[in-house]
Design a protein around this ligand. Structure first.
Ligand code: AP5
Ligand code: MG
Length: 192
């Protein structure tokens, strides 16, 4: 079993690399951003709440987000048994503590954290391009600026948190998708 947190700023390639890792390691992918966007598109109550934060580039409050993640984990016990890629969770230190407890209660843990490190101008370029290509609602300059601000103030402290736990693997996340994937793979194979 391998539980991996894929970590990085908005636009750093978490979703892109997760797709590749699923195939390579047979992991179950949980993207909290995708879970929330699915609720928004279905017009659920959670979707309405999530939309009010996502459209401003703010984080959904920790207590709600932790409940959402626990529900997703328990929805598919047979799919998560082989291991999970957590994409976009945790995003705050309290979320990291909650994940540690959630996994310990289920007899497991985070085995490795893959940190995709990409210069800020490249992040902005990627998200603006995706905004044009796909119309993703939070890929506009105002919201991107706030997402990056929130990342620096609330999420980036987790880098230190996981370095202290001896789990953080820094990956240069700019350049070819294949090269980045191979770098991740060699770090994960070494961590197993
Ligand atoms: P979320 O959906 O997680 O968005 P994000 O973190 O802002 O990250 P993105 O999905 O934009 O980027 P990514 O790192 O997945 O990169 P991707 O592979 O797509 O969260 C959205 C919102 O939901 C949050 O702002 C928050 O409001 C809320 N939320 C979610 N989780 C939460 C939580 N735990 N707590 C509270 N709130 C939460 O790549 C980006 C683009 O670049 C793509 O177009 C891709 O094709 C391209 N690309 C990828 N790799 C490369 C490369 N190597 N070279 C060139 N282009 C590349
Ligand atoms: Mg993503």
């Amino acid at each position: 079993m391998l539980n991996v947190v894929i970590f990085g700023a908005p636009g750093s390639g978490k979703g892109t690399q997760s797709e590749r890792l699923i195939d390579e390691y047979g992991l179950h992918h949980i993207s909290t951003g995708e879970v929330l966007r699915d609720h928004i598109s279905r017009g659920t109550e959670l979707g309405h709440i999530a939309d009010s934060y996502i459209s401003k580039g703010q984080l959904i409050p920790d207590d709600l987000m932790v409940k959402v993640l626990a529900a997703v984990l328990d929805e598919n016990p047979e799919k998560t048994a082989g291991g999970v890629i957590f994409d976009g969770f945790p995003r705050t230190v309290p979320q990291a503590e909650a994940l540690k407890k959630m996994l310990a209660d289920r007899g497991t843990k985070v085995h490795a954290v893959v940190g995709l490190e990409v210069p800020e101008d490249e992040l902005v370029r990627r998200m603006l391009q995706r905004g044009k290509d796909t119309g993703r609602a939070d890929d506009n300059l105002d919201t991107i600026t706030n997402r990056l601000k929130v990342y620096h103030s609330q999420t980036s402290p987790l880098r230190e948190y996981y370095i202290n736990e001896g789990k953080y693997h820094a990956i240069d996340g700019s350049g070819e998708v294949d090269r980045i994937f191979n770098d991740i793979k060699s770090r994960l194979d070494g961590a197993k």
